[in-house]
Design a binder for this molecule. Sequence first.
Ligand SMILES: NC(=O)c1ccc[n+]([C@@H]2O[C@H](COP(=O)([O-])OP(=O)(O)OC[C@H]3O[C@@H](n4cnc5c(N)ncnc54)[C@H](O)[C@@H]3O)[C@@H](O)[C@H]2O)c1
Length: 405
Amino acid sequence: MGRQLKLALIGVGRRGRGRLRVYSRLREVFDFIAVCDKDENALAEVAREHGVRTYASVRDLVEKEQIDVADVVVPGDAHHVICHHLTSAGVNIIVETPLAPTRPMCDLIIESARRNKVKLEVAENYHRTPLSRFQMAVISSGLIGEVSRIYRIFYEGGYHGMSMLRLLAGSQPRSILGITHSSPVVPITDLMNRHHAQENLQLSYLEFQNGVAAIMAYSNVIHARSLGRRAAGIWQIDGTKGTILEDGIYYTPPGDYERGARATPYKPEYVATEVNGAQVLERIVLKLPDRTVSWENPYTRLGVGEMSGGFGRAHDSVDVTDELMSIANALLYDKEPTYGVQQARLDVEMDLAARESALRSKVPLEFPLQHPSQVESEIHERFRTEYGCDFDKVDQLIDVWFPRR
Ligand SMILES: NC(=O)c1ccc[n+]([C@@H]2O[C@H](COP(=O)([O-])OP(=O)(O)OC[C@H]3O[C@@H](n4cnc5c(N)ncnc54)[C@H](O)[C@@H]3O)[C@@H](O)[C@H]2O)c1
């Protein structure tokens, strides 16, 4: 490793706080020097615990500090405003998802980063989790043949879901049909402290250029996981030769195909090793009669991937570590970030297209989504009403305290 990168965190709300533990594991790479938020109490707490300098304004932060990377974890409406200010000052960025709520807002960030020659990564994390990496290793091994259909009824949808469907399908989207349905539920407050009195279901049917089809259902209440069976949902990938259901692989050895054999479910083994007194995931291994498929955790040595939850799964921020290492490696070795803005923009476009299709009474839409879309016009109108100016008046918006959504 050549040098430590000076890192500032912008936004220490629900998501931003989770970063602090990950930074402490990445001290070889990052020197966490400053934090910025409009919330004085949150700033005081982080300063007390981490001994970093605090700023209530992004303007002051970039004026007073020499930062290599800013980790932007403010509400989505603020991403283009804050990223534009940072890129104009030559600061490299990792920004939370979504890149921005609409394509023109995304493009404002992308264009500004290009003009100012700074590196930009988006913190899309779902494909970086151990389970997703393992599922992708199974697909790449050819074990389930060619992917044909994906079902995702999940506690998170939107751009995260679109990202996963696209990566698992291994292709660009061709068309989408979106359907919405609302129904009453008893008032609830979810784990993210969001309040709901109505369930809003979003259903999408997607076709990819390589012929893969995907069905995704998501609702605000599935996210809450407080009603119904409290389960995350169903996550199934069907291939021409087998199926992946969560971490179970349904597979039939080739010799048995013509003998009416049913697929046998195989479960992988989660192999852990001790790091600083904790059991940390080292690899996920699937042993079959005729082959072995595995995924290795690149961050075991750092103690990232602590086994927890009793389900034999490692959580503990392998995904967040991986996205931070993406921007670090991009800077240290002058490479492109591993996810990148074009994929993140496409995730936003796919999510918007699903909503646009539902708005237009369930009309299937082809990609790319036509400009201007009704759904984006409505978001821009909401922005004008809420903040008193157009979204592209970034200099006017830089001092706004963007509200929690
Ligand atoms: N990848 C994921 O799985 C995931 C999960 C949750 C949230 N997110 C994303 O993380 C981001 C933050 O979400 P959250 O739930 O933590 O929101 P939050 O509202 O809890 O936190 C946002 C923080 O930003 C601060 N802020 C607002 N305006 C600011 C400004 N002008 N300057 C400096 N600070 C400002 C707020 O005071 C707050 O502390 C959003 O983009 C969200 O979409 C991603």
